[in-house]
Design a protein around this ligand. Structure first.
Ligand code: KIV
Ligand code: NA
Length: 265
């Protein structure tokens, strides 16, 4: 296919070119991002709190990721689509991870998968990569562990910083093509980025990562209420959708819609 590949992303790091990733959970939104030139789309388990109405990513099932990832693949032509392995689909052992990742590749058509964890996920990463599936790692704040970690910045203090660097290197050594750094002090993210030959993808990890990722509903101003410090809102889509709904309902109530031009003769 003519899609972006993990080799393209490795080459971008060698050239010092930054790239961006957005989440996507449906075909139509994904197609808008694909046509806007976003090269990497993540069907993240953030679908849980953003798209499916759960309180966190923890309840998301592999079936749900499969269903929405297939839609994102169908809606795109160029982007590399990455399927997120949800909580419970890879932690037991490497064989379970390979089985789940294989379903994402074969049934949904994703080009790569992502999973959380550094040293604790190295065996899983190595088996999937050995089977020919490109894998993106994810260290720092790992939201599937929210019941252990809460929503705090990770890697603060010397001991935690050393562990985070070890985790990132374990992901790299296991064969991952890139690694997400989530909620990590900017200086530590810069150190990890310099230490690794694979791209780092920051979210709440400062400007020195090789790439950035945002949850699209956060970036578009669709999310209700407070968002973390690291989010930038580029639009207010939530307000725009409210405007659409109110204007439409008003015009129906007054009889202004449908007008003659909307009516078949
Ligand atoms: O699920 C997700 O959206 C993610 C990104 C925030 C990296 O894992
Ligand atoms: Na995720």
């Amino acid at each position: 296919t003519g899609r972006v590949t993990v080799r393209d992303l490795a080459a971008a790091k060698r050239r010092g070119e930054k790239w961006s990733m957005l989440t996507a959970y449906d075909a139509m939104t994904a197609s808008a991002f694909d046509q806007a030139g976003i090269n990497v789309l993540l069907v993240g388990d953030t679908m849980g709190d953003n798209h499916l109405g759960y309180d966190s990513t923890v309840p998301v099932t592999l079936e749900e990721v499969l269903f929405l990832a297939a839609a994102v693949v169908r809606g795109t032509r160029r982007a590399l689509v990455i399927g997120d392995l949800p909580f419970g689909s890879y932690q037991r052992d490497a064989a379970q991870a390979l089985r789940s990742a294989t379903r994402l590749v074969k049934e949904a058509g994703v080009g790569a998968v992502k999973l959380e964890g550094g040293e604790r996920s190295a065996a899983q990463i190595a088996l999937m990569v050995g089977a020919g599936i490109p894998v993106m790692g994810h260290v720092g704040l790992t939201p599937q562990s929210v019941n252990m970690l809460g929503h705090r910045v990770q890697g603060r203090g010397e001991t935690a910083a050393r562990q985070l660097l070890r985790d990132a290197k374990a992901v790299r050594d296991a064969g991952a093509f890139a690694v997400v750094l989530e909620a990590v002090p900017g200086a530590l993210a810069a150190e990890v980025t310099a230490a690794l030959d694979i791209p780092t993808v920051g979210i709440g990890a400062g400007p020195d990562c090789d790439a950035q990722v945002l949850v699209w509903t956060d970036a578009a101003g669709m999310t209700e209420g407070r968002t973390p410090r690291f989010v930038k809102r580029y639009a207010n889509v939530r307000r725009s959708l409210g405007d659409v709904a109110r204007a439409y309902a008003d015009e129906v109530a007054t009889g202004a819609f449908p007008a003659p031009e909307h009516t078949y003769r």
